[in-house]
Design a protein around this ligand. Structure first.
Ligand code: 4NP
Length: 147
């Protein structure tokens, strides 16, 4: 089974919701892909997802209430086939922990050519917008993981 790790900064807003959306999409497509998430910073280790991410997930039947934030570490390159980062800063931070070119090749920007903007300091509608942005590429990443 292929495994995908979603990565953002705090692992409380974007990547837990991305994880939940990808899990729901894998279930909808009836395929088996392992999905988890992590953050490049350690500020929120052990915390559940931000209430605003939980709330928008719930609205679309994506339950992330069991989330527990963890910090990205180099060993994740061994456990995962694709590391899906939310923005360029995450890309740079994860790349700095890559040990070789195989590790580096696993890192992909979730939106391919643009950032999933950090909604943490914004308003609640930013979370609704983020949900749809993440959902728009969910099938693409599940199908990519299956290749
Ligand atoms: P995330 O959002 O990276 O999408 O989880 C953030 C969460 C927390 C912080 C920054 C971004 N923070 O600075 O605590």
């Amino acid at each position: 089974m292929k495994r995908v790790l979603c990565v953002c900064l705090g692992n409380i807003c974007r990547s837990p919701l991305a994880e939940g959306i990808l899990k729901a999409k894998a279930q909808e497509l009836q395929v088996s892909v392992g999905i988890a998430s992590a953050g490049t910073a350690g500020y929120h280790i052990g915390s559940r997802a931000d209430k605003r991410s939980e709330k928008v997930g719930k609205r679309y039947n994506v339950d992330i209430s069991n989330h527990k934030a963890q910090k990205f570490k180099a060993e994740h390159f061994d456990e995962f086939d694709i590391i899906l980062v939310m923005d360029q800063m995450n890309y740079n931070d994860v790349s700095s922990l890559a040990r070789n070119s195989e590790d580096l090749k696993k890192i992909k920007l979730y939106l391919i050519e643009e950032d999933v903007e950090d909604p943490y300091y914004g308003e609640e509608d930013g979370f609704e917008k983020m949900y749809h942005i993440l959902e728009s590429k969910a099938e693409h990443w599940i199908r990519t993981a299956l290749q």
